[in-house]
Design a protein around this ligand. Structure first.
Ligand SMILES: Nc1ncnc2c1ncn2[C@@H]1O[C@H](COP(=O)(O)OP(=O)(O)OP(=O)(O)O)[C@@H](O)[C@H]1O
Length: 415
């Protein structure tokens, strides 16, 4: 079996045509991966990855034992240029950068994820490697090859992954500003949800699901789609510090940044991010910048959800009733009431997602001012008092919140 065969082999498991085979593969995978490592474990047979990635990948897929030693030990040093020809940068993030490289011996293209030292702690690198390696058993999770290394000059830790020759979901959506369409969404999301469901079954929460971390290997029919980046992955119910930044993917409970406080990790964090990805793929934009009442589109959604506002904002118009049901169940501020990934998958696979094919003008906003034609004006005038009162409500709520915050700041200062 050559390297490419080994890669293909890795993706056969959940892609077999019959359901029976698929169930069998799922059982096999879940049996193998119930041996997830403790967060600081280290594997001992690191040199294999450098010698021959195809052999070690095949070995890993066939291996029944995956748990390594728990002790921290010296990570093997490698002369990078001896083993790999390192080419262009594929991407960069907060924790490191990913480069395209060729494994000299097998001539296979691979991706190397670097973690610069001393900024990145060894324990963080080891944890990410372990999660990445052990989760690779799933067909919709990036393959990580066996072995943790550091460069000879001590400048970085690194591990090796399969290379995705195409772009991430983010680039795919950016290339289709009105959304990538219902068929593509079903294909992509069913695979992403299958991968996340697998993680949740293993009591793990990804915590960094976003379009950039969904890699598309096949742009024509989206048959190979994989999730990546397990740097923030944690066990369910573990406690973590609040992140220092907030993005459009973050649930409301993550946006209430409280300095020095900790947060308990829950599956509902992933569920919220997946619903954002679902919206983003279908519409080509995010529903809001941040899930806080200071952000008007989010505030409007919450008002509608709490039945304080009778009308759903226009930007939700294109979605079918079933999609709206999904949003109601996933975009609820009460984290414990949110749907599971399994519920999401069932609905997305089975149901109609959009009301009708998107027309160019169907989309209102989020960040653009709305243009009203003369014929629309009549209708708008009749609705004007309601709209004004909603805006007034929003202003009042925002002002009240700001007043509360400044009171807290003043009392904290006085103390
Ligand atoms: N195997 C791969 N093949 C091709 N491109 C990749 C691969 N792995 C990562 N990338 C690209 O590199 C980017 C950064 O990788 P990754 O998300 O793993 O880094 P990170 O530092 O953990 O990022 P973040 O700040 O999001 O946590 C990805 O968004 C993706 O576009």
């Amino acid at each position: 079996m050559n390297f490419q065969d080994a890669l293909d082999y890795s993706s056969i498991e959940l892609k077999s045509s019959s359901n029976q085979q698929r169930q069998k593969s799922e059982q096999l995978i879940s049996k193998r991966s119930s041996l997830l490592p403790p967060s600081t474990s280290i594997r001992r047979h690191a040199s294999l990855a450098v010698d021959n990635p195809s052999q070690q990948l095949t070995a890993r897929k066939g291996s029944s034992s995956k748990r390594g030693s728990v002790a921290m030990e010296q990570i093997k040093k490698i002369d990078l240029d001896e083993v790999y020809s390192v080419f262009k940068q594929l991407g960069t993030g907060r924790f490191g950068y990913v480069k395209l490289a060729e494994h000299k011996q097998s001539k296979a293209n691979i991706a190397i994820k670097f973690f610069p030292r001393p900024q990145i702690k060894q324990s963080d690198f080891v944890r990410e490697y372990n999660f990445s390696f052990f989760l690779s058993a799933h067909a919709n999770i990036i393959d990580t090859y066996d072995g943790m290394f550091q460069t000879n000059d001590d400048s970085a830790f690194f591990f090796v992954q399969e290379f995705c020759p195409h772009a991430s979901l983010r680039e795919a959506v950016e290339a289709s500003p009105g959304g990538i369409g219902e068929t593509a969404v079903k294909e992509i999301l069913s695979k992403v949800l299958s991968a996340v469901e697998f993680m949740h079954n293993e009591n793990l929460v990804h915590r960094n699901l976003k379009a950039e971390n969904i890699l598309i290997f096949d742009k024509t029919n989206y048959s190979r789609v994989k999730i990546t980046d397990f740097g923030l992955t944690r066990k369910i119910d573990s406690t973590v510090k609040y992140l220092e930044y907030v993005t459009s993917y973050h649930a409301p409970e993550l946006c209430e940044t409280v300095v020095n406080e900790v947060l308990t990790v829950k599956y509902s964090i992933d569920v919220w991010a997946l619903a954002i990805i679902f919206y983003y793929c279908l519409k080509g934009r995010f529903p809001w910048q941040k899930a806080t009442i200071m952000c008007k589109p989010y505030w409007e959604w919450e008002q509608w959800l709490k039945r304080k506002s009778p009308s759903l904002p226009k930007r939700w118009d294109a979605f079918s009733d079933k999609s709206l049901k999904l949003f109601k169940k996933c975009f609820t501020p009460k984290a414990k009431d949110r749907w599971s990934v399994k519920d999401m998958r069932k609905l997305i696979v089975k149901e109609k997602l959009l009301k009708q094919p998107k027309s160019e003008n169907a989309d209102e906003y989020v960040y653009y001012p709305e243009e009203t034609s003369k014929s629309d004006k009549k209708v708008d005038e009749s609705k004007a008092p309601k709209k004004r009162s909603l805006i007034q409500q929003w202003i009042n709520t925002t002002l009240n919140t700001m007043a509360e915050i400044s009171e807290q700041v003043v009392s904290a200062r006085d103390e």
